[in-house]
Design a protein around this ligand. Structure first.
Ligand code: AP5
Ligand code: MG
Ligand code: ZN
Length: 211
């Protein structure tokens, strides 16, 4: 899943992962989990994620590819937020080629940037089960409480206005490069992220059925 911060990668990945029965692997979530667990990786990653910068490739590539080696990925997987630059894309390419695997689809959620700041600052997440909500677009049934496990919802540490602006700046050009890269490999499928959540998920489901 390719797209700027707030484009809806995580939201849509959850639908696809459930439907296709493949693991949803988000490097951002792996870093947040490590931070929550207080591991060395978590500490290092936080220095970058807190500022909205990319975690260095040597760390990120190692974490992502190690995750893909786990048994539950043997029949396929969905990557969300990885690769994020050309070096990561090349590393994934080599990893896949060495195992006779293919990247079948790269879904690019193209979104009007004016929407993203409001989406990210209004996002609330469940620290217990990881589900994502939005104050206006996707509110929980009970204010401030997770629909799935009743835990108290929180705001992600990198969803402050200042950090969001930095994340958009960091990712804008890199995302464009990856769009060109995957387009040249004829695996790019572009969808409009400005649509409502369920409408967009129908577009993606249809597109995956077609190919
Ligand atoms: P990561 O967690 O991947 O963050 P991100 O790329 O900034 O993307 P987000 O998770 O913020 O947005 P999303 O597209 O998933 O949107 P969501 O579905 O939640 O990475 C975090 C950090 O980790 C990075 O900044 C970096 O430091 C590091 N990192 C991660 N991967 C890395 C890599 N490969 N290399 C180096 N560093 C890496 O939706 C957002 C909100 O909008 C939600 O509230 C949702 O409810 C709402 N919403 C979703 N879709 C819609 C819609 N269609 N209409 C209205 N509202 C919607
Ligand atoms: Mg996400
Ligand atoms: Zn929950």
């Amino acid at each position: 899943m390719l797209g700027l911060p707030g484009s809806g990668k995580g939201t849509q990945s959850e639908f696809i992962s459930n439907k296709q029965n493949i693991p949803h692997i988000s490097t951002g979530s792996l870093f947040r989990k490590a931070d929550q667990d207080g591991t060395e990786l978590g500490l290092v990653a936080r220095q970058y994620t807190a500022k909205g910068e990319l975690v260095p490739d040597e760390i990120t590539i190692g974490i992502a590819l190690e995750r893909l080696d786990q048994d539950d990925c043997s029949q396929g997987f969905l990557l969300d937020g990885f690769p994020r630059n050309l070096a990561q894309a090349e590393a994934l390419n080599q990893y896949a080629a060495a195992r006779n695997k293919m990247i079948d689809h790269v879904i690019y959620i193209e979104t009007d940037e004016a929407l993203l700041l409001e989406r990210l600052t209004g996002r609330r997440v469940c620290p217990a089960c990881g589900k994502t909500f939005h104050l206006m677009n996707h509110p929980p049934q009970i204010d401030g409480q997770c629909d799935y496990c009743s835990a108290k919802l929180i705001q992600r540490a990198d969803d402050s206005e200042e950090t969001v602006k930095e994340r958009l700046k960091v990712n804008r050009r890199l995302t464009d490069r990856l769009v060109e890269y995957y387009d040249s490999k004829s695996v790019l499928r572009t969808v409009s992220g400005s649509k409502e959540i369920h409408e967009l998920s129908e577009d993606i489901a249809e597109l995956l059925q077609r190919d």
